[in-house]
Design a protein around this ligand. Structure first.
Ligand SMILES: *[C@@H]1O[C@H](CO)[C@@H](O)[C@H](O)[C@H]1NC(C)=O
Ligand SMILES: *[C@@H]1O[C@H](CO)[C@@H](O)[C@H](O)[C@H]1NC(C)=O
Length: 453
């Protein structure tokens, strides 16, 4: 049973026809749905609490380098499967901001499905090895152009400002400032351009040695620097239970965090897959702190997490999908464990954390963020213009090596909780690592961060 209120979307008549204008830009018809908002530590659609019952969607992985939301031949057949599964959010890692997305986005909207998008792609992202030069105007132009392209669709639920940039080596925490600056800039861009308030946050790797510091860092400092939510990719369930997986401890540790939290990927494969994660996420054991998650992933790729197979010779990812046994298992779990009704024990007020202090696992020694590059300021007033798409020149080395720090935020820092800065095991388990090594967009971070392997 789906928990979103899409009365308007389901009225097929609500398709707004494009009106001819004198400007060369074609205004795409947009199916009207109620956007997802955040209040306290939960998401809402209208007055109803919204839980993510989602799936990661990147046919062909990063190797195929396609944007499934720009290819109706790809997306339309998958949307039928998403409807069958009862999925209400899809996460797409690579989108082409130079292309039109109206057909796929509207078909998703009509199906009551929202979209969470990575605003980074392999060519335009923060490089954890050399973060300073990768934070620059070319990078932000691409990120902002992605916002321009997708924010017009009300079913765009959230933008990720980074994915697993910070990893298990302590020195990768030095990239946190640049990801946080990107988060700040994206939120500012949305405000300055007068857009609706789409949600922006970071999708973290689940690293025991910096999990809590990372979470605290993205929710500390002035209002304009903090995120709208925190998400992480968690592969620790593995057909166990709350205690064995350690999810009970995570619920405990994230209680009182002050922002919505969800799993931006889950789906351990090492012990069979009955998708008991859904039972846990939709239960009162977790609903007061978590707002669901996204199962990794829809298509079978080299890393073996998929639930449908696309024939291997399919370059364009358009061939008919073959359902694998895990498809039926996921479908069964989705039906057996619907979203909770009512408030689920959420907290109605937002709150911030204290910034983590520097230690052996967290190397950030300043709460100051890099300033918006001066040559990127014009985007705030003029817009980002045409995006470079998936095959642009890239931006990772376009910027200067040195960092110009922003003036400390003028907002009030309401530090009401302390981050636990305990050191933990620095090494990720192979299970945690598998999706990192092989999955979709993550490829780029593997590429720049080959030392992790
Ligand atoms: C972090 O340390 C590793 C291993 O010592 C090294 O290869 C890598 O270049 C370092 N990265 C940064 C950003 O300093
Ligand atoms: C929870 O917090 C405690 C205390 O800071 C820490 O030692 C532990 O590693 C954390 N556990 C998890 C699963 O994050």
């Amino acid at each position: 049973m789906r928990s979103f209120a899409l009365v308007s979307a389901l009225a097929a008549a609500s398709i707004v026809q494009a009106t001819p204008t004198k400007t060369p830009q074609v205004k795409p018809r947009a199916v009207s749905v109620t956007p997802v908002t955040a209040t306290g530590n939960a998401f809402f659609v209208g007055k109803e609490r919204f839980y993510i019952r989602g799936i990661a969607y990147q046919p062909g992985g990063s190797a195929a380098n396609i944007d499934p939301l720009a290819e109706p031949d790809v997306c339309l057949q998958d949307i039928e499967k998403f409807k069958d599964l009862g999925v209400n959010v899809v996460r797409v890692y690579s989108t082409d901001n130079s292309k039109d997305h109206s057909e796929c986005m509207n078909a998703l909207a009509e199906a009551g499905i929202y979209v969470a998008l990575d605003a980074n792609n392999p060519l335009y992202s923060i490089n954890r090895e050399k973060p300073a030069p990768s934070y620059n105007a070319d990078y932000l132009q691409n990120v902002f152009a992605t916002i321009d392209e997708f924010i017009k669709y009300d079913n765009t639920f959230a933008f990720f400002s980074g994915n697993e940039v910070i990893h298990d080596l302590a020195n990768t925490t030095l990239s946190a400032r640049f990801v946080k600056a990107t988060t700040r800039d994206m939120r500012q861009y949305i405000r300055e351009r007068g857009y609706r308030k789409a949600l922006v946050g970071y999708s973290a790797a689940d690293v025991s040695s910096n999990r809590m510091q990372t979470a605290a860092y993205f929710n500390c400092g002035s209002e304009d620097e903090r995120s709208d939510f925190f998400a992480f990719n968690d592969y620790s369930w593995c057909n166990t239970n709350l205690q064995v997986s350690g999810w009970d401890k995570k619920v405990q540790n994230f209680t009182g965090y002050g922002l919505p939290i969800f799993l931006s990927e889950y789906g351990c494969t090492s012990n069979g897959r009955d998708f008991g994660e859904i039972k846990a996420l939709m239960s009162s054991d977790m609903s007061s702190v978590y707002s669901g998650g996204l199962m990794y992933e829809y298509t079978m790729e080299a890393n073996n997490f998929g639930i449908v197979q696309i024939p291997k010779n399919s370059k364009k990812q358009t061939e008919k999908r073959v359902e694998l046994p895990e498809y039926a298992s996921l479908s069964k779990a989705m039906k057996a464990y619907p979203a909770p009704t009512g408030g689920g024990g959420y907290t109605s007020t937002t709150k911030s954390m204290a910034c983590p202090t520097k230690d052996a696992n967290w190397m950030v020694d300043s709460t100051l963020l890099p300033a918006l590059p001066s040559d990127a300021k014009k985007y705030m007033t003029e817009g980002a213009g045409k995006g470079p798409g998936l095959n642009g020149p890239g931006s990772q080395n376009s910027g200067p090596d040195e960092v110009v720090e922003a003036e400390p935020g003028s907002g009030t820092v309401a530090a009401t909780a302390t981050a636990s800065g305990k050191s933990g095991a620095v090494t990720m388990s192979p299970v945690d690592k598998a999706p990192f090594i092989l999955s979709g967009i993550v490829f780029v971070f593997t590429f720049v961060g080959a030392m992790v392997l």
